[in-house]
Design a protein. Structure first.
Lengths: 300, 710
């Protein structure tokens, strides 16, 4: 388990991460989502022990992460921009990480490389961007660390490879203690793999919840009510995240259980109403809108 | 357990990744060391076989090749240090590299030591191998000597030492910065900052302090500034170095020893510093200009002070030394340029060139304070006079006396041709000679009255001389000043000073030379050159006679006469060295013992020009515009016997030096005469002051009058 307590990081006069507290449970896929500049990469770099928090603590299985080899042995960090040694082949990188990580499984790496149709001997700088991503992920998985921190790792992977990597994650989680932490703003990618999502916004955590709780706690409804007074009353009664109107058709995104919300609507004798499927992306936009990040201001 | 294994593995792994450095270094060093050694041996052995070279010269050539004097190897050492540092720690400039290296389960200290060690090994291994190969080549060719082996060992130790200094300094520059370009600039700043500050302080002292004396062998705190640069430290170990021409040159032997000691200390201190910096450096520094926000204003202020003061003195001294306006202009320009330059480097944003005004203000304040410090002599440098009770002894060096004698500095192996201040001040310990303080008082008075070379006319300056003074205080300090004295006004004091044995012994190294160490002797008299071919005993007697005459020479003798010729003693430069060098000493007609000994050895020395041999005398009023620019610019010739006699009686020879004789510097006299073989010769003379014959001044008046009328 990783316990993050009141972590703060400032670069010059920019507060990249402010007072973040969260808990990452073992055996779950933790998705870290957030707007651009929300502090996802900084947060992950602190989790990986690259950056030292200015304030607060990051405890990984009871150990402070920064400058602690014992804690770092349990994590592997795949940054958003991967670095491979000049002129290195996948074999060279495997040898280096095998030297650094005691549990590195060379056979597994070779096997995955074969399955992904990647050459062990070819110079990595001749690989495509997606192939380099694959090598990074495979190196991270084969390091056999308990935690794997991926920063925008799925960007650049084609859908087939993305699915393949996801299936490797699932297999690893079934076979050993494995907790991936994946930062991304591609919410559709996280939706079908994450168990828990933390939403960062402007350096702070807007929420950190299980995906199921999020999906059962926020709903999107379309309805037509008889008069304006009913509409106003309904909007007051619901915990609204978003409301748009198209003629007499209201589209509402609100917090609450499905039962609570439908009861409130039925009390207003609607002409028409239905619950629409809500994507994680819509929840993300709604939540960040409430926090003052109005996407409409960005659409010209 | 894991970490112990990974250190050596990590070092080897890093060496493998940077094996290109190893390959290039090995190639260059093989060419510079074993290959060059074999070429020298083959070439020199062939010359030895022909008889055109001696074995000792082959050894000297080999020492130059494999020893620490090899400039090519030194250059490679410095380049290797820079390349190893930037290739090893350059990852700190890249966020993506830092993300890899700082997230792996290896402590940063261990990572640092592995990178550091691999950089050192990348240089040391090829260097050692090549040095060993070069020595093996010497052994197999049978030309190895103990001296050569010693030189090779010194080369290894020196190059390793200076590799480490340049390496550490480059790594410190990397630690302090976040971009490669800024790091390279930072390294250059470490190289030049302190020598530059030294030169700047010297420049201001020369500008504002009339009595400033830049002691060329360093004894003040400021002289140690140059030792804070790896470049000057390295240069300080080279034979005969004078620290890039700057005034801080102790003797080369002293400097080398001191430089090596300081270098060892510097290696240790810089290593500790860079470990500390590495620990403190955040990974987020990659990509920023400066790694430590707190260091930014400090570095900026220090750089701005140096750039601004340097710009001020450059404009002031180079454009117009008379005016402070250019100095102020230079200061303002330097301040603005430095502010813009540093802020652009810090922010990479041209719009922010005038940001951080607080540090700009502090730098400007420091510059103003330093300039005022010199301008108003706040430490009263110029009026300094030590309390007589605190003075152990005094040494003086008067540039107008015996300016033609060169002084061999045994400790540096160099000759001092510039009046021998160092030799004289080092060897002169005047005690209980109150006259020396009277002379100094005149210098201080002249300074107070602003009597300088610039304030006097060309003719007036001829009577003046600069005088370097070294106060050797009882507390061990040596304080140097330079005064401007009128030697005619203080001739009474100089008479007493000159007759002191301590003065003469420091003024004339020949007085302390053992007669048996002398080699060939030559004499130049009025007409001839004589190579003295005497027995050892005769030569010894001649030297002893010269020493006695020189010791008996009084200031009054020097006031009345100028030297008629020179004697050259080939003396051994240092005992057992085998090298001999001729040092010129003046011959006066009052040197009875010397002249008698020469006569006894069969040499008839001409001490004067016989009036009967003179055919004509050309007199030129040097300062008179009429004679300089008119048709008589060649001067006027006099050939009547009575005119020749009158001119000769009123003048002294000036071919060598006039020393204390009070002469009229306005006139130049060329005497044309025949030697004993009938050949026409010329000699230069000068009129004694106030003795210019009346007919000459009348001729000048007539000529001027005629010119005005025409």
């Amino acid at each position: 388990m990783i316990e993050i307590s009141k972590v703060r990081k400032v670069f010059d006069d920019i507060e990249a991460v402010q007072n973040i507290s969260a808990t990452i449970q073992e055996g779950a896929v933790f998705g870290l989502v957030g707007t651009n500049g929300a502090g996802k990469s900084t947060f992950l770099r602190m989790l990986a022990g690259v950056l030292k928090p200015d304030e607060g603590t990051i405890i990984l299985d009871g150990e402070e992460v920064f400058e602690n080899g014992k804690a770092k042995e349990k994590l592997f960090f795949i940054p958003d921009e991967q670095y491979f040694f000049p002129n290195a082949s996948a074999k060279d990188m495997m040898d280096y990480y095998a030297m650094v990580y005691r549990e590195f499984d060379k056979d597994k790496f070779k096997e995955y490389m074969r399955r992904f149709n990647l050459s062990m001997e070819r110079k990595i700088h001749t690989f495509s961007k997606g192939m380099k991503r694959q090598v990074s992920v495979l190196l991270g998985i084969c390091a056999n660390t308990k935690y794997l921190f991926c920063d925008e790792t799925f960007d650049g992977l084609d859908p087939v490879m993305r699915q393949a990597v996801k299936s490797i994650f699932v297999a690893e989680m079934m076979n050993r203690a494995f907790t991936p932490v994946i930062a991304s703003h591609n919410l559709r990618e996280l939706e079908d793999i994450c168990d828990h999502v933390g939403l960062l916004h402007q350096g702070g955590v807007l929420f950190s919840k299980d995906l199921e709780d999020i999906k059962t706690g926020v709903h999107k409804i379309q309805c037509v009510l008889p008069d304006t007074a009913d509409e106003e009353q309904l909007l007051k009664e619901l915990d609204m995240l978003q409301c748009t109107r198209n003629g007499s058709l209201l589209t509402l995104t609100a917090r609450g259980t499905k039962m609570e919300i439908t009861q409130r609507i039925e009390q207003r004798n609607p002409v028409f109403w239905e619950v629409l499927p809500l994507t994680l992306e819509e929840i993300f936009i709604s939540e960040t809108e409430v926090a003052g990040y109005d996407i409409k201001n960005l659409v010209f | 357990m894991t970490s112990k294994i990974s250190f050596s593995k990590m070092t080897v792994s890093d060496i493998k990744r940077r094996v290109w450095i190893f390959a290039i270094l090995a190639l260059i060093l093989i060419l510079l060391m074993p290959v060059a050694t074999i070429i020298i041996i083959d070439r020199d052995l062939a010359d030895i076989a022909k008889g055109s070279l001696k074995m000792v010269e082959l050894t000297a050539d080999l020492i130059r090749c494999v020893g620490y004097h090899n400039g090519g190897i030194s250059f490679v050492t410095i380049c290797a240090a820079i390349v190893c540092a930037f290739s090893g720690f350059g990852y700190l400039y890249s966020r993506k590299k830092v993300d890899v290296f700082h997230s792996i389960p290896v402590k940063r200290e261990k990572l640092f030591f592995a990178q550091y060690a691999s950089g050192v090994l990348l240089f040391m291994i090829p260097f050692l191998v090549c040095e060993v190969l070069a020595i093996l080549a010497c052994i197999t060719k049978g030309v190895i000597t103990a001296g050569l082996l010693k030189a090779a060992l010194l080369s290894v130790s020196d190059n390793f030492l200076y590799f480490l200094i340049f390496y550490n300094v480059a790594v410190i520059a990397i630690m302090l910065t976040g971009k490669m370009l800024v790091g390279a600039l930072g390294m250059l700043v470490f190289w030049v900052y302190f020598p530059m500050m030294y030169a700047i302080f010297q420049g201001y002292a020369r500008w504002y302090f009339n009595t400033y004396y830049s002691s060329p062998w360093g004894s003040r705190w400021i002289d140690w500034l140059v030792c804070l640069s790896p470049v000057t430290l390295y240069y300080g170990t080279q034979p005969g170095s004078s620290l890039m021409g700057m005034s801080v040159s102790m003797s080369a032997a002293q400097l080398r020893q001191i430089a090596i000691i300081i270098s060892i200390v510097a290696v240790v201190l810089t290593f500790v510093l860079l470990i500390w910096l590495y620990r403190k450096r955040g990974s987020e520094a990659a990509g920023s200009s400066m790694a430590f926000a707190k260091s930014k204003p400090v570095i900026k202020v220090l750089l701005m002070i140096a750039i601004t003061l340097g710009s001020g003195i450059c404009f002031g001294a180079l454009v117009n030394e008379e005016s402070e306006i250019w100095l102020v202009f230079g200061l303002l320009l330097g301040l603005i340029v430095a502010q813009c330059f540093i802020e652009v480097i810090y922010t990479y944003d041209i719009r922010k060139v005038f940001s951080h005004k607080k540090s700009l203000g502090i730098a400007a304040g420091c510059v103003v304070l330093i300039t005022l410090f010199y301008r108003f002599d706040l430490l009263r440098y110029d009026s300094y006079q030590p309390n007589p009770d605190n003075i152990e002894s005094v040494g003086v060096s008067i540039s107008a006396l015996d300016s033609s004698i060169s002084y061999y500095m045994e400790d540096s192996g160099n000759f001092d041709y510039n009046g021998g201040d160092k030799y004289r001040l080092e060897h002169m310990d005047l005690r209980n000679v109150p006259e020396v303080y009277e002379i100094i008082q005149q210098g201080i008075k002249n300074n107070k009255e602003n009597v300088t070379y610039e304030s006097l006319s060309e003719d007036e300056t001829a009577d003046f001389s600069s005088m370097a003074v070294c106060y050797k205080l009882k507390n061990g300090k040596e304080i140097y000043r330079n005064y401007f004295i009128n030697i005619q006004e203080i001739s009474d004091q100089l008479k007493i000073l000159y007759d002191q044995e301590e003065f003469k012994m420091a003024q004339y190294p020949i007085l302390s030379t053992k007669a048996e160490n002398s080699g060939e002797i030559e004499v130049y008299d009025i007409n001839d050159h004589h190579a003295i071919k005497g027995s050892d005993e005769d030569n010894r007697k001649l030297i002893e006679a010269y020493q006695a005459d020189l010791m008996n020479l009084t200031y009054q003798d020097m006031k009345e006469n100028t030297p008629f010729g020179q004697i050259i003693f080939q003396t051994e430069l240092s005992e057992g060295s085998g090298y001999k060098y001729g040092i010129y000493y003046p011959l006066y007609s009052v040197y009875e013992k010397t002249l008698k000994q020469l006569k006894d050895m069969g040499y008839e020395i001409q001490t004067e020009i016989k009036i009967s041999d003179v055919t004509r005398i050309r007199v030129l009023l040097n300062a008179a515009e009429y004679w300089e620019n008119g048709e008589n610019n060649e001067g006027k010739d006099y050939s009547a016997p009575e005119e020749i006699k009158e001119i000769m009686d009123a003048s002294v020879l000036s071919d060598m030096e006039v020393n204390a004789v009070d002469v009229d510097w306005e006139w130049l006299i060329t005497v044309f005469y025949h030697d004993q073989y009938g050949h026409e010769k010329t000699s230069s003379c000068m009129f004694r002051r106030g003795k210019v014959p009346v007919f000459i001044t009348q001729d000048l008046d007539k000529a001027v009058k005629a010119d005005i009328e025409s």
